[in-house]
Design a protein around this ligand. Structure first.
Ligand code: ADP
Length: 202
């Protein structure tokens, strides 16, 4: 049974593809939410994070405040590396446990994990297939400005800071090009889900 990783750059359309897949009945895990859970006081990264970055990263309720981590690692590659070295392997372990638990409970469909940082975090070994969503820079800038109010320069800076689509492609088993309409994307997602269901049983 297949475990599929869904990735892509900012504004490429990953979350939209996830949403369409979920509508088709796909079990979808959001890696971002997994990241959130491991920062909780009862989560596996909590103490190590405090040891590495101090108690200033805590919100009044004692949880790690992700907004406070930004300024600490921003512009400090060594700190970012330390953060990722704590968090990424724990997220990987947690996602693997989640997939195993879903299988143990009888889930037989392909399981999809949406993870923007899949390749950067070296999570490829968790997946049988990696699906990459891409869109042209112009489309991304236009959509992200329209829907999130981000300025084109901001979006361009984010794109520059991320892995390039060329680098991502080297890891992808399937590429979804999202330069058309939402309905075109929906149709394409329907096709690739059907394909995944077929390969899942093969
Ligand atoms: P990501 O999760 O990769 O950052 P999203 O799925 O959130 O990207 O898409 C970015 C924005 O663009 C969202 O507001 C989404 O509704 C919109 N969007 C995605 N695909 C299309 C499309 N084909 N046509 C129009 N808008 C789109």
């Amino acid at each position: 049974m297949l475990t599929i990783g869904l990735t892509g750059g900012i504004g490429s359309g990953k979350s939209t593809v996830s949403k369409f897949l979920a509508e088709l009945g796909a079990p979808v895990i959001d890696a971002d939410k997994v990241g959130h859970a491991i920062y909780q006081p009862d989560g596996p990264a909590y103490q190590e994070m405090i040891d590495a970055f101090g108690r200033d990263i805590l919100a009044p309720d004692g949880a790690i405040d992700r907004k406070k981590l930004g300024p600490i690692v921003f512009g400090d590659p060594a700190a970012l590396k330390r953060l990722n070295a704590i968090v990424h392997p724990k997220m990987f372990a947690r996602m693997r446990e989640m997939v195993a638990a879903m299988r143990a409970q009888g889930e037989r469909k392909p399981i999809v994990i949406e993870a923007a940082i899949l390749i950067e975090a070296n999570w490829q070994p968790l997946f049988d297939e990696i699906w990459l969503v891409i869109a042209s820079k112009e489309r991304v800038i236009e959509r992200v400005e329209r829907d999130r109010g981000m300025k084109p320069e901001q979006t361009e800076a984010r794109i520059r800071a991320q892995l390039s689509d060329n680098d991502r492609r080297r890891h992808a088993s399937l590429v979804v090009t999202n330069d058309g309409t939402l309905e075109e994307l929906r149709a394409r997602v329907g096709e690739i889900w059907q394909g995944a269901m077929r390969r899942n049983l093969a």
